[in-house]
Design a protein around this ligand. Structure first.
Ligand code: SF4
Ligand code: SF4
Length: 380
């Protein structure tokens, strides 16, 4: 199959048939005012793209989406999630966010919240930022033990300004053994702080996070945590996890014999990361580079990178994911799998996700018709 045809199939499959949501996570800077214990970034000094360069690349992304729509007959809903490091340390933040908004993007941001002033909060509301995600690790002392002294109070002040100005503000928790017993309390704190909801993600053992390897949850512990998180979700307060493994608990199953990415890990499929020096990565936490915008357009990188193509193809996944009937809607967290393989000195982007609790039922071959299991992975 030609790459263009295959790319089309990857983009129009499943729920994306009419409307394909695609996000760019844009790390404007590596600089940060905090040094969190689990951070996957090293705080390297790199030459950051100027605001004008970022705006030019936003135009490049727009051309890519327009070409997809024309060539593949789909509608793309693109969004850009600006982050860092700490995005409030980037001088051109307001300029690039306003530009992205003007060009029709959904604009969101991810921040530690500590530097947000009342003026920033009003400005964000004026711009119509769709979601401002602020990191929260748990109750104040626990938060401070991960993010540093005074970090809770500073973030709480930032959240207060953002909420008072009318912004939609959500909390994001990085889950580990350090805070897993405080899930309910953390949800309550987030509700009281004025967040509209809270999301949970997993720690990735890379960067400073490598030192927290003993705080990683076992597959069964992670499963229990996600079950609890799902049970706390209510119409009035969103409690969720975007982790592909949490998605396996929903009970929905991809069509039997499907070999296309439908949902799950966005790497190579429905999202891409751009870092402050123009590097394009499948996901910031994976850290592998697919290309650089100084040398190639985003469209060319997305269509031709071997790394991105490997992530899209089932045959790359030599371990249990490749055999699993949930592959189209899961694929585990490639960042966690890769980071663990690096620690074991056997680097493999397609290694098993070490926190997966599922015993895969066989993936039926579309040619042989063998192993017809109606797509039931054993998501115990
Ligand atoms: S083996 Fe686990 S991580 Fe891999 S696709 Fe199946 S459920 Fe997901
Ligand atoms: S690698 Fe992990 S963190 Fe990155 S997009 Fe996939 S699931 Fe999310």
């Amino acid at each position: 199959m030609s790459q263009v045809k295959e790319l089309k199939e990857h983009m129009i499959a499943g729920p994306a048939i009419k409307d394909f949501p695609f996000f760019i996570q844009w790390h404007l800077t590596e600089r940060c005012n905090l040094r969190c214990r689990h951070c996957y970034q090293g705080g390297e000094k790199v030459r950051e793209m100027t605001a004008n360069e970022v705006k030019r690349e936003i135009d490049g992304a727009t051309q890519m989406f327009q070409a997809w729509e024309q060539e593949h007959g789909i509608r793309v809903s693109p969004s850009i999630h600006f982050t860092g490091g700490e995005p409030f340390l980037y001088d051109g933040l307001w300029e690039v966010m306003a530009y992205a908004k003007e060009k029709g993007y959904g604009v969101a941001m991810m921040t530690n919240g500590c530097l947000v002033t009342e003026e920033d909060a009003n400005r964000a509301f004026g711009l119509g930022i769709s979601d401002i995600q602020v990191s929260l690790e748990g109750p104040p002392d626990l938060h401070a033990s991960i993010r540093g002294k005074e970090s809770f109070n500073a973030a709480a002040r930032g959240v207060e300004h953002l909420v008072a100005a009318g912004n939609r503000v959500s909390a994001n928790v990085t889950l580990s053994r350090i805070n897993v017993d405080q899930i309910e309390e953390t949800v309550e704190i987030a509700r009281e702080m004025g967040f509209y909801g809270i999301g949970f993600s997993r720690i990735v053992p890379c960067g400073r996070g490598k030192a927290l390897l003993d705080q990683f949850l076992t597959p069964d512990e992670l499963k229990s945590a996600y079950q609890k998180i799902i049970s706390l979700n209510t119409p009035s307060f969103e409690v969720l996890s975007g982790d592909p493994l949490a998605g396996t608990l929903s009970g929905t199953r991809p069509p039997s014999g499907c070999n296309l990415t439908l949902s799950g890990c966005s790497a190579g499929f429905s999202g891409v990361t751009i870092t402050s020096d123009g590097s394009v990565m499948p996901c910031r936490r994976i850290g592998l580079i697919a290309g650089n915008l100084k040398k190639k357009s985003l469209r060319a990188i997305w269509a031709s990178s071997r790394l991105l193509w490997q992530l899209r193809r089932r045959e790359s996944y030599s371990g249990k994911c490749g055999r699993c009937s949930l592959w189209p809607s899961c694929r585990g967290c490639r960042a966690v799998a890769y980071a663990h393989s690096l620690i074991q000195r056997q680097p493999d982007l397609f290694a098993d996700d070490p926190q997966c609790w599922v015993t895969p039922s066989p993936h039926p071959s579309p040619l042989s018709g063998e192993g017809k299991d109606e797509g039931k992975g054993d998501a115990r």
